[in-house]
Structures are given as C-alpha cells and as structure tokens.
Design a protein around this ligand. Structure first.
Ligand SMILES: [Mg+2]
Length: 412
C-alpha cells in the first residue's frame, strides 16, 4: 500500500485556509521632492505627488506599490485614486490565493469602476498600478518569488519573454533647459557612453533646429537621438514644424500633436519622414486598439502607471508586437524606487523593448523611499534586481517623511 495513503489528510482546502488574505490596505499621498523643476511643453513641477499603496497580509507580510496620477495624462488626481481604491472591493475578493500563479491570474481580472466606465480605459490606471504592484510585492515575498515571475506567468499573446532576467540599458534625456545646461548634459551623455538620448522639443521660446544641430554635433553621428513634443504642435502645422529637424536624423518623434488630433496622424505619419510614437494618446487598452486600427503609430510608449500596471502594460506591449509596432517602456519623472524597480523587472524579462526610460532616481529626486539606490550606471546600464517581490526595502522613516495624507482600510 502506498505511503501516501497513511499520510495525514492535508486536503487543498486545509492548505488554503492557512494561506494569507489581505488584512489591510494603506493609501499614502506622497510628496517626492525633485532636484529641479520638471519642464515640458505643457507643464512644470518642483515636487512629484505620488500615490503609494501598502498592502498587509494577515501573516504580517507587507508589499508596496506606486502610481503617478496626472490629470493631464489619465485624468487622475491623488484624490481620485484614493476614492477609487477605497471603493474597490478587490482586495477582499482575492481571497487566499494558493500560489503566486494564482495571484497573477486574479490580478489579470483586476479592474476598477473608473477604468471600466471610461471610453479610453484609463480613469483609474495609476490607482490600479499602485494596488497591483503592492499585491504582487506582498505575495511575491510570501511565496518567495520575484515579481518578475509575473511577467513569465502573464497570459499575453505575442509577448516574447526571456527565461531569465537580463541586464538592460536606459536612455538619457535632455529636457529643454538653458543652452549651456543642455550642452553640459550632452557632453556628459557622450562621455558616459549612452546609446540613445531623448530630447524634448516644442517648448515655447526654444529654437529646436539650433538645439538639435548642437546635440547632434556633440553626441556624434552614431548616437540614436529621438524627440518628444509632448502634444506641442497642431496637426495643420506639423509637417512644417518637423521638416527643419529631419536633417539631424531623429530616430522617432513622440506624441507630436494633442490627443484630440491624434487621428490626423494616420495620414500625416506617412508624410512626416520620421516614425511616430504615441504617449499621451496611449493610456488604456482602447487607445492601443484605436492606434492599430487607425494606423496612427509606429511605436507605443508604454508606462506602467499610465497604462494601469504591469499586466495591462504587458497586454499593450503584446498588442504592439503582434502588429509589428516598436515599443518603449517609459516612466514618469518623479517615480520613486518602487516604480523604478517594477520597470526594471519588466524591462529585464520582456524581449523586443526598443527604448527604455526610468531608474533616473538619484538624478531627479532629492529623496527616495529606499536606502539602496536603483539609479542606472555607466552608459545607462543596469542589472536585474534579485530578491522576493520587488526586491527592494522601502524604509518606513523615509516614507513617513514624504507622506502628507494617509488612509487605512481594514478587511475583516
Ligand atoms: Mg512623452
């Protein structure tokens, strides 16, 4: 007779009852101080107001997630993310998952009323991102696995994945400052061996042809230089704005027109002389589908917070790749180590990401949430992050120092 018949009866129901559920969700409004104002064509800020979500399981395991709500991107504010998450019953409905794969499967069904009720599927994306990452971090720690495993486990058609996380290379960014500062930045980027650089264009009062001429001269013939207009130009003047920039050989042009005019790109894209990447017009799943159907893009700029978290971002990347489009994994200026770590896990596991932005931590933030520094190294190079969950340790004192509002929700 087999020994197993004499083993104590550990039915799956018994095991399941010992698995932890979510006991508490804490929402934190966080003011992240920036080293210098972040400027682009439409906005300027000196601090980044972020949402941090802390999830506590009933065995005491905790996890952190982050979202960067921006009214001019997904229409969200910190207030709206608080309301969306307070209202959601999702943390209760996850129950007692029996494996990390089950956590990922449950998260694949996670949405918020604010996302479902929005024609662009984005009205709760930063909130969803923060909750999802916190749940993945907490259960990753509990099941002793990296949140990178969620990339492997996600059911996404057309997504090529690396079996093991790889080292990655981030882009440098030139943000339309004074001429002297731009020259200093460009010299540094060349010396430090970056492979690609993004330059902001379309800022009022800036002479973009002159700037790009200088950047191309300093950065050299072989540097990949792409440009981001942050919706600066109207569709009816787009061709004439872009024409004088083409001789400096930008590799692509990001979000040239306001979202309201994005459909004009279907026709303009073919005459521009440079591939087009959508950013502000690529937030929720309906945006991705519209871009494919209307042929308005050559590239998607997928950002975790903007696109609703890790799993929705993977779905957009899969959509792009299945349809032959290129992908950038981007970031929001002001992201802390939480989103830097999440981006690193995705970037190291997903094949075919053409451009990568993020992990600017030390360069942009005056203070961060972890003692360990995730900023990329020489030439934008960065290694995979080891450990369970996000693989970082949020310092409660550093978090408390930035927190301006807290809301605790207990699940009995
Ligand atoms: Mg952009």
């Amino acid at each position: 007779m087999a020994d197993s018949l004499h083993a104590p009866d550990v039915s799956s129901a018994t095991v399941r009852s010992r698995m932890p559920a979510i006991r508490r969700m804490t929402l934190l409004r966080v003011q992240v101080p920036l080293k210098k104002p972040v400027k682009h064509a439409s906005h300027e800020r000196t601090a980044s107001e972020n949402l941090v979500v802390r999830i506590e399981l009933d065995d005491g395991t905790t996890g952190y997630g982050e979202g960067v709500p921006r009214t001019y991107v997904t229409g969200e504010s910190i207030g709206s993310t608080f309301r969306a998450l307070e209202r959601s019953d999702w943390p209760r409905s996850i129950g007692r998952p029996g494996s990390f794969a089950e956590v990922v499967a449950k998260l694949e069904g996670l949405s918020l009323a604010e996302i479902d009720g929005d024609s662009r599927g984005m009205g709760g994306n930063a909130a969803r991102c923060a909750l999802e990452l916190a749940v993945l971090d907490a259960y990753g720690r509990y099941f002793q696995t990296s949140i990178g495993e969620a990339v492997r486990l996600a059911k996404v058609e057309g997504l090529e994945r690396h079996a093991r996380p790889r080292a990655v290379r981030y882009s440098a960014a030139i943000t339309a400052e004074s001429r002297r500062k731009e020259i200093v930045s460009a010299v540094k980027f060349r010396i430090y061996g970056f492979r690609d650089v993004k330059a902001k264009v379309g800022v009022a009062g800036q002479d973009d042809p002159r700037r790009l001429e200088t950047l191309r001269r300093i950065l050299g013939r072989r540097m990949d230089i792409r440009i981001d207009a942050n919706e600066a130009w109207r569709a009816d003047v787009l061709i004439e704005r872009v024409a004088p920039l083409l001789r400096f050989r930008p590799s692509l042009l990001e979000q040239p027109v306001p979202h309201a005019q994005v459909d004009a790109l279907a026709e303009l894209r073919l005459r521009l002389g440079v591939p087009v990447m959508l950013d502000e017009s690529l937030c929720g799943w309906p945006d991705g589908v519209a871009a494919i159907e209307r042929k308005t893009a050559d590239y998607f700029n997928v950002r975790l917070s903007k696109c609703g978290g890790l799993l929705p971002s993977l779905r957009l990347i899969g959509l792009a790749r299945r349809n032959g489009l290129g992908v950038q994994l981007g970031c929001h200026p002001g992201e802390t180590a939480i989103l830097s770590a999440a981006g690193r896990h995705v970037a190291g596991r997903v094949a075919g990401i053409r451009y990568l932005e993020g992990s600017y931590d030390r360069h942009i933030l005056k203070a961060n949430l972890t003692a360990a520094d995730l900023t990329f190294g020489y030439g934008g190079r960065a290694r995979p992050i080891d450990g369970h969950g996000l693989g970082i340790e949020v310092d409660p004192a550093l978090l408390a120092a930035m927190t301006t509002e807290t809301k605790v929700i207990d699940y009995a």
